[in-house]
Design a protein around this ligand. Sequence first.
Ligand SMILES: Cc1cc2nc3c(=O)[nH]c(=O)nc-3n(C[C@H](O)[C@H](O)[C@H](O)COP(=O)(O)OP(=O)(O)OC[C@H]3O[C@@H](n4cnc5c(N)ncnc54)[C@H](O)[C@@H]3O)c2cc1C
Length: 394
Amino acid sequence: MKKIDTDVLVVGGGPAGALAAEVVAIGGGDTILIDKKDDPAQSSACGGLVSVDAWERLGGKDRAIVNEISGVLVHPPGGDDFELSSSKVKAYVIDRDRLNADLLSRAEDKGVRIRPKTGIFARDGSEVKVRSTDGSRERTIRPSVIVGADGPRSDVRRLFDLERPSELLYAIQAEMELDIFSNDYVEVFFGEEVASGFFGWIIPTGGGKAQVGLGTSDGDKLKQSFINLLDRVGADYPEEFRTGVIPIGIPDHSTGGNVITVGDAAGQVKPTTGGGLYPISITAELAGKAALKGLSGMENPSDYYYREWMSKVGKELNREMLLHRILEVVSDENLSRLLRLLNRPNLADWIADNGDIDHLYPLAKKMAKNPLVMTTIVKQLPGEFASEVKKELT
Ligand SMILES: Cc1cc2nc3c(=O)[nH]c(=O)nc-3n(C[C@H](O)[C@H](O)[C@H](O)COP(=O)(O)OP(=O)(O)OC[C@H]3O[C@@H](n4cnc5c(N)ncnc54)[C@H](O)[C@@H]3O)c2cc1C
């Protein structure tokens, strides 16, 4: 079997892999990026919602932006919908395939060797074995550093005995024509019936179309929840839809030695919104920089990387995990009560000025100042968890 030496092997050509590979190539590292898809630009399931700040950090081309969002229509369980809006554009809706294509072509321009239709399937010590998806070619690659950017069910993670994120949310989504509330608003739906433990969404993509989808912590309820959501928004079950998983809950040992995981593979996803693009807009660059440090002799670049990304974004994701756990246990009745507080003038005005889909923890802290919030949450939570929530939020 042919053996290939390279400085860095990046597995996965989604945004995390493409961005990390680009950083390594700019720094002078010989970089191979493999992806098992025929065309790695064909993205994984994604609503394409990204904050303005994260979009700027990702550095995608504006041709990928299909819509601008300045408000949200909230559907609490049991009705009484309300809107929160801002005079500013808060987020973009982007075409993920275009973003992937642009990031990959940028990486290629910087010298990354991109090998589609190629998957990693085995390892022998620090060497890895890759195979073309039609099975016709196998190669051994001897990289100095491996970057696992191969999504929520990462093979790199499995082959190198690294830990998985603690929880998977199950998601389903379809783009369809729909009577939407407003092209500038996303809609979010809460409650057992439509999205147990998470939420459903409508993300307008322009031209009267929208991504309609949901995430739930209960995979068995995925299809029925989707039917319920579609009934609620007056849409038929679509012929084409996509499913996916959203990994949340950062593991302690997601990296090790010269193996670095990034993006979904490392659980770098916001537990409150399911957004992966915001963390990637920070961590992919760190992964690339750590790989370069490995090339210049640092013994455990993964330790350096873990410390860096935890301090820049990981701690915040951990805190948001607490909010996610509240959403999983709180009853529909109490959830409705809590959500409606967002519509009170003091909070609604604060959200209009400061609201930010990337940073929901400050909003939770602000809400927790209202005594009703603590009594509602704490009454319903098991003792130890209730104390933890009290300690963190007050
Ligand atoms: C339904 C849904 C909606 C979402 N909506 C949003 C949203 O609106 N906004 C947002 O910010 N986030 C959203 N997310 C999350 C977001 O899509 C992910 O966080 C993001 O795609 C992760 O990027 P990544 O580069 O880590 O992985 P991916 O984009 O999944 O890329 C991983 C790549 O690795 C390749 N690969 C896998 N295994 C191997 C192997 N063995 N060998 C070689 N290659 C391999 C795959 O082919 C793939 O191309 C959503 C997720 C879902 C499921």
